[in-house]
Design a binder for this molecule. Structure first.
Ligand code: GLC
Length: 585
């Protein structure tokens, strides 16, 4: 049984807001968001009530992957401003009681980073071993098809190895060609990263969101991956294989994270947050990573619930089966109930917009955005809100291939069309899942370009035309808005210890239209009910009669007041109704 001890870490009652700077607000009129744009909108964050801002990368970068390809860890790209702007942001946030967490991208650097330039300069350079260099596959001529040292596929299509003609070897890049993987086996690499992290903490930063941090330890043998049979039973059409078994939560990952914690955080006075992004992490691994006694990270981002509507690949988009989502969420809640901690998210810069993905971005946009938010924020863990989610921003319309901006989508499109597939069929796959859906400009108002950039400037990615009605200005003072609802959820977490810390019990796991659970702490119980859809529904709520006269903590949906549990213990909600009830009254 969990209890509300005063010794709970601060981030257990916190809500984090993610800013993707390129798409947040453009102050200098180059069509790309920047730090001064963020500084101009801090009132928005304060009004929402969030505790932490996680800032996606603003470091110098060739921008092959929008800043997740870093060429200097200790500066700011002129595209986003200056180091002085960042210092100002830290101070301005702190003055409002908001902490700043930076993105730490240290599985790889940019190929333009001086470390990599030195590394690739010759086979005997002292930094050669800072990256993963390998000769061609035995029996193959360097540069020839199939000569890559392993058969691994990169995350962004194509082989995970790039050939360097000058030195006759290949380097590993699990992501884009311009994102070479650092070799964490080399202690000099680890020391350089710890030093850089301390430099940021000295500057006033409050922690890090650690990009694909569970990929940093690779099996040094670099074995070939398992070739996944295609539909016809042969090899995959690109002839490549999944190498993840060699680097997802690899052999030394716990050692590296414990060392990082020791070297960077352990002896430092202050209160920090570390969250590891961990594709492919299991509940059991996550419990180890987030066990406070082990000193690794505070929480992780797991991916199971955002893969629930995917087939073999992310491009194979399937309709959501609600019981499958509930089973995943319940397993994570149970697995980290006694030891460890969950991060809670529907959205980020890599995921399509949740109101389009799991909700209804047409007739029930507002109600479904609120219901989805209620469900997520009432789980045990630390919720993350991605810019625009608090407005119910929807997926972008991408009518044409030339509208795509994201390296992952662009590469996928090109590789599929090159393989002979029908372009319109490929676009149909990309549209619902592209990362660009999350990256359309933040919708500040209903004016030209949604108030994202100064008048007359063309944004780097098209603004969603729905900004005429879906925007911050229209919602900030409207008590019925999605924004107001998010604000109430943040406040509720701050005020009610049961929301942050209470035990979680999933109800009605097999119901395909209602998401229901209870939370409990020190005699206080909450019941959360959400109608996941718009059809006619009537459910028998377990122990339902007891809730008939419970206090309504929060309600949203079609009717006012929201649908209550009836005295016979049934619940008959309208479209996308959601309600949070509390006992004792
Ligand atoms: C993470 C980031 C994503 C990036 C990738 C490579 O998944 O969230 O945006 O492309 O890592 O750095």
């Amino acid at each position: 049984m969990n209890s509300s001890a005063d010794t709970e870490p601060w981030w257990r009652t916190a809500v984090v807001y993610q800013v993707y700077p390129r798409s947040f607000a453009d102050a200098d009129g180059d069509g790309v968001g920047d730090l001064r744009g963020i500084l101009a909108h801090l009132d928005h964050l304060e009004a929402l009530g969030v505790d932490v801002l996680w800032l996606s990368p603003v470091y110098p970068s060739p921008q092959e992957d929008n800043g997740y390809d870093i060429s200097d860890y200790q500066d700011v790209d002129p595209l986003f401003g200056t180091l002085a702007d960042l210092d100002e942001l830290i101070a301005a946030l702190h003055a409002r009681g908001i902490r700043l967490v930076l993105d730490l991208v240290v599985n790889h650097t940019s190929s333009a980073h001086p470390w990599f330039r030195e590394s690739r300069s010759s086979r005997t350079d002292p930094k050669r071993d800072w990256y993963w260099w390998r000769p061609p596959r035995p029996g193959f001529e360097a540069g020839a098809p199939g000569a890559e040292p392993t058969n691994w596929r990169a995350s962004f299509s194509g082989p995970a190895w790039a050939y360097d003609e000058a030195t006759g070897e290949y380097y590993l890049h699990l992501f884009a060609v311009g994102q070479p993987d650092l070799n964490w086996e080399n202690p000099e690499v680890r020391t350089a990263i710890h030093t850089m992290m301390r430099w940021w903490l000295d500057r006033g930063v409050d922690g890090f969101r650690m990009d694909v941090i569970n990929f940093i330890s690779k099996d040094p043998a670099l074995p070939d991956g398992r070739v996944v049979a295609g539909a016809a039973g042969g090899t995959a059409p690109d002839g490549l294989a999944d190498g993840t078994a060699s680097y997802v939560c690899g052999p030394r990952i716990h050692e590296y994270l414990a060392e990082m914690h020791r070297e960077v955080f352990a002896d430092r006075p202050g209160t920090f947050l570390s969250v590891g992004e961990m594709p492919g992490v299991t509940v059991d691994e996550a419990r180890l990573f987030t066990d406070p006694g082990r000193g690794e990270v505070d929480m992780v981002f797991q991916f199971e619930h955002v893969q629930v509507d995917q087939g073999a690949t992310k491009w194979d988009h399937r309709p959501l089966h609600l019981p499958a989502l509930k089973a995943i969420m319940a397993r994570w809640q149970a697995g980290l109930a006694d030891v460890g901690w969950n991060s809670l998210y529907w959205c980020n810069h890599d995921q399509p917009r949740v109101v389009s993905r799991f909700g209804d971005d047409g007739a029930h946009r507002v109600a479904s955005a609120k219901a989805l938010a209620t469900v997520l924020h009432l789980h045990r863990g630390t919720p993350y809100v991605y810019q625009g989610e608090e407005l119910g921003m929807a997926n972008a319309p991408f009518p044409q291939p030339q509208n795509l901006r994201d390296v992952e989508s662009v590469k996928y499109y090109r590789s599929q069309v090159a393989a002979g597939r029908d372009p319109s069929e490929v676009m149909a796959e990309i549209r619902p899942v592209s990362r660009d859906n999350a990256r359309t400009p933040m919708q500040w108002n209903g004016g030209p370009d949604a108030g994202f950039c100064p008048p007359g400037v063309t944004p780097w990615i098209a603004v969603d035309p729905d900004h005429a009605s879906v925007n911050a200005a229209a919602q900030r003072d409207d008590p019925e808005s999605v924004f107001a609802h998010y604000h109430r959820l943040v406040e509720l977490r701050h005020r009610e210890p049961v929301v942050a810390l209470g035990d979680f019990t999933m109800l009605l796991p097999d119901d395909e239209a209602v998401y229901a659970f209870t939370r409990e702490l020190d005699g206080v119980r909450l019941l959360v009910l959400a109608h996941w859809g718009a059809g006619e529904v009537k459910v028998d709520v377990p122990d339902g009669a007891a809730w008939a006269d419970a206090e309504v903590v929060l309600g949203s949906g079609s009717g006012q007041p929201p649908a209550m549990v009836e005295t016979d213990g049934t619940w008959r909600p309208g479209p996308w109704d959601a309600v949070v009830l509390r006992l004792p009254h």
